[in-house]
Write a protein that binds this ligand. Structure first.
Ligand code: GLC
Length: 542
């Protein structure tokens, strides 16, 4: 019986734009393995992964929206590829589109409000169809896209049969609250009018605020981020403070099987005999060759969405200043996002050949190689609820350079702090001076103290960021919210058809379609050949 149902807009590898997907794609797996069977459900987008997998329809229904009726089906992925029961809601007309939030030209879909209201209801209608004793014991909602569920089960008579199931709401990103005006209220299912105040926040319907009030428990993905939300959360500060009793911060884990340098199929050289230096050196050579960077300088990489929240708009100037001041480090960027930032990075590739290169693409496989081959990973995030990239990079011996914020603060103590347990380099103020100084510290340590670099690499690679460490904290939250979850006999491990990374690798080339280097085609061909070579021969890896 499914004990925990995770409801979300993203789940890796089926549909991903960011860390939310990574969490929803791995937390249920580890919960299930520890005996608490957990499942996930997301909308069925018209994405490649959806087409490549087989689906079994498990439920069909319809939702009334305003004057229309929208039909939907719930489908389960047939082969249990993700290692836990994975469901999608197929809603023709609303989600059969090639993007998750935006159309291919980058514009957000205009009917977001309707899409999420229908998705949430479809999930609830499906859960209502379960015999009572087989219903999940917790509805675990992630981010604003699912923020109306705690309200709906309490105050919409249609879904009231689920009111006794505890709802847990996890905030991965408090910047997006899903707000909409009263003029769209007619899209909501009928609700008790006296409950209107639980939807409304300062004259606007705010799903995140509603979840904060209606969910039985609220979590965020790090303790520091929870504290920050109490100080600044786009107008919800008072609400966060009022509801503090039911809140907790739980740092995310990472899927230590997908992110394992000893077996990762997406990297050119795997970790063998725990020889960290050789692992780093060989993978760095690969990056230097692919992206025309020198080997005698540290490579500082940025991976992620090129959006303001991640602070990457500071990097062009920070890098220019550093290079013009004669600094000896080179820089790599992988990601897509805001046009201004993309263009800055594109032109810098031509301005600083051999020092800077940008790959304007979303490429999971290449990201693994960059984690393995870089010396440093920079995360200048303005806001970072948890951050997973710093954990991935540490796992691959790449030292993080981070802004002291949110989960970055909780996971990356500075190497200069007393105690000798530092993991990276931090800067406290979000300005060019501080970022520049952090880059300078990193590069000069690399040039002058290779021993220190080696020691830090060893230390960070030995860290345990796996979910096993943290899922107990979620179980405690569920139990405190009154959910009768219990570990059952460990289920036989579900059939793992194909490791997600393997699948991702097959469906994409390691080298992206668009690099801003002069000879992308040649490099791509080289990279492809190299991949085939290294992955073909079974090496002596552990
Ligand atoms: C969001 C946050 C990121 C967090 C992730 C998973 O993407 O921005 O910090 O790690 O969700 O919780």
């Amino acid at each position: 019986m499914i004990q925990v149902l995770h409801i979300s807009a993203e789940c890796y590898p089926a549909a991903k734009t960011g860390g939310l997907a990574d969490v929803v794609g791995s937390l249920p797996k580890y919960q299930s393995e520890s005996g608490v069977l957990s499942a996930a459900i997301i909308p069925k987008y018209a994405l490649k992964w959806m087409h490549q997998h087989e689906w079994v329809t498990v439920y069909g229904g319809s939702i009334r929206v305003d004057w229309r009726t929208v039909g939907f089906t719930v489908q389960q992925e047939k082969n249990n590829t993700l290692g836990f029961p994975f469901f999608v809601v197929d809603i023709p007309g609303l989600y059969d589109r090639p993007g998750i939030y935006n159309d291919p030209s980058g514009h957000p879909y205009g009917d977001e409000v309707e899409r999420y209201i229908v998705f949430q209801q479809a999930v609830l209608q499906w859960v209502l169809s379960f015999p009572e004793h087989e219903r999940p014991r917790v509805l675990h909602c992630h981010d604003h896209h699912t923020g109306l569920i705690p309200f709906m089960v309490k105050y919409c008579p249609q879904y009231n049969g689920l009111a006794m199931i505890p709802t847990v709401f996890t905030i991965h990103n408090g910047q997006y609250q899903g707000m909409f005006g009263r003029s769209s209220l007619h899209l909501m299912p009928f609700f008790e009018s006296s409950a209107f105040g639980l939807l409304d926040w300062n004259g606007i319907i705010n799903p995140m605020a509603s979840a904060l009030r209606c969910a039985w428990a609220v979590t965020t993905v790090s303790e520091t981020y929870l504290y920050e939300l109490h100080q600044s959360s786009l107008g919800l500060e008072g609400l966060f403070r009022d509801e503090w009793r039911k809140q907790s911060g739980i740092i995310n884990g990472i899927d230590a099987r997908v992110w394992d340098p000893a077996i990762d199929p997406s990297i050119q050289y795997r970790l063998e005999n725990n020889d960290i230096q050789a692992f780093k050196l060989k993978n760095k050579k690969v990056l230097c060759e692919w992206f025309s960077l020198p080997e005698d300088q540290p490579i500082i990489s940025f991976i992620g969405r090129l959006v303001g929240e991640k602070g990457c708009d500071m990097l062009p100037d920070a890098y220019r200043n550093y290079i013009h001041a004669g600094g000896k480090a080179s820089f790599l960027v992988l990601g897509t996002g805001e046009p201004w930032t993309q263009n800055q990075f594109r032109s810098m590739t031509y301005q600083y050949p051999g020092r800077f290169n940008a790959i304007i693409d979303y490429n999971e496989g290449l990201a693994h190689q960059i984690y393995a081959g870089s010396d440093y990973l920079i995360m200048p995030s303005r806001v970072e609820p948890c951050g997973l990239n710093q954990m991935y990079s540490m796992r691959y011996g790449t030292i993080p350079i981070v802004h002291t914020v949110g989960g970055l603060k909780d996971t990356v103590p500075d190497i200069g702090e007393p105690g000798g347990n530092g993991r990276g380099i931090r800067f406290d103020q979000f300005n060019l001076g501080d970022i520049g100084w952090a880059i300078h510290r990193a590069a000069s340590m690399w040039h002058s103290d290779p021993h220190a670099v080696a020691t830090i690499r060893e230390r960070i690679m030995a860290l345990d960021f796996s979910w096993e460490r943290t899922i107990e904290q979620y179980f405690t939250v569920y139990r405190n919210a009154g959910a009768a979850i219990r570990a059952e006999r460990r289920p036989t491990p579900p059939k793992q058809v194909e490791a997600p990374v393997e699948a991702a690798k097959k469906s994409e080339k390691l080298i992206p379609k668009e690099t801003t280097t002069g000879t992308p085609a040649k490099k791509a061909a080289k990279a492809d050949a190299a991949t085939k070579k290294t992955n073909a021969k079974p090496s002596k890896k552990k």
